[in-house]
Design a protein around this ligand. Structure first.
Ligand code: NAG
Ligand code: NAG
Ligand code: NAG
Length: 230
């Protein structure tokens, strides 16, 4: 299973479901995001085959880490992920270059910077149509809460999904959710051909992102679909 397919399946799962379950957020048994938020995060790739979660972030080596930030505004179905150190590992030639995924008006753009390799364009269309996950995607994706761990000394409950072709995904939330939303703690998924990617959320703010967070750069004006990866 290729990493690009994993990413596609993940977002596909989360994107399709909102179409028929927008008004299904009544159950408080499932965690859900606030409708607007901004968060920093740390991303770690470990080549260990030991399955997450790792209590208090004791990640088995060897691993590499990077940082980033996500802006989310469900009222405009907009999301912007900033990868400060390396791009999400879905590219055949590796991803040790910075990138942004900007999802606005039903289109997801992959934006790259001066550190990109020669065969990667400055902007390409990653998905069209493409939508961010709905706030209640945990419920609509069919995830089950079967793992509990801890992060920064606090309890984190994980909802997990197993997809036969791509392995396990785990979405961890701090166990202090309210009717205004829950605080995401960590997300992990199986990497291919081996290892795991873990994203730990820090400084999560249920706040309106700045409008310029969803500006698409000029390099995207005549963007073509991203070259196939895998
Ligand atoms: C990326 O991989 C492709 C196919 O394997 C190869 O043709 C291309 O030269 C590689 N690009 C870089 C920058 O390594
Ligand atoms: C939880 O469920 C996932 C699949 O969703 C599975 O891969 C994992 O092994 C389960 N963990 C435990 C502790 O049962
Ligand atoms: C829940 O715990 C997290 C992690 O410490 C914290 O960031 C968040 O503000 C807490 N939420 C509430 C509603 O207290």
């Amino acid at each position: 299973m290729k990493l690009s397919t994993i990413y596609l399946l993940l977002v596909f799962c989360c994107s399709v479901t909102f179409i028929y379950s927008l008004d299904d957020s009544s159950s408080d048994a499932f965690p859900f995001w606030p409708t607007q938020w901004v968060t920093d995060w740390t991303i770690i790739y470990t080549s260990s085959d030991q399955e997450p979660p790792f209590s208090n972030n004791n990640i088995p080596p060897p691993f590499k880490g990077g940082s980033g930030r996500t802006y989310y505004d469900w009222s405009n179905q907009a999301m912007h992920e900033v990868y400060n150190d390396f791009c999400v590992p879905i590219f055949s030639n590796g991803s040790d270059w910075t990138c942004d995924f900007i999802n606005v008006k039903g289109v997801s753009y992959l934006v790259t910077h001066d550190d990109r390799p020669a065969d990667v364009p400055p902007c390409c269309i990653f998905g069209d149509p493409w939508y961010p996950p709905a706030p209640n995607f945990i419920q609509t994706c069919g995830a089950v809460q079967n793992v509990t761990s801890s992060l920064n000394g606090q309890q984190v409950d994980y909802w997990t999904i197993y997809l036969p072709d791509s392995g396990s995904f785990g979405y961890g939330f701090y166990a202090n959710g309210t009717s205004n939303g829950w605080t995401p703690a960590s997300f992990y998924f199986a990497a291919a051909p081996s290892g795991w990617t873990i994203q730990n959320f820090e400084n999560f703010q249920p706040t309106t992102p700045p409008a310029n967070a969803f500006q698409v750069p000029d390099s995207c004006i005549n963007a073509s679909p991203c070259p196939p990866q895998g």
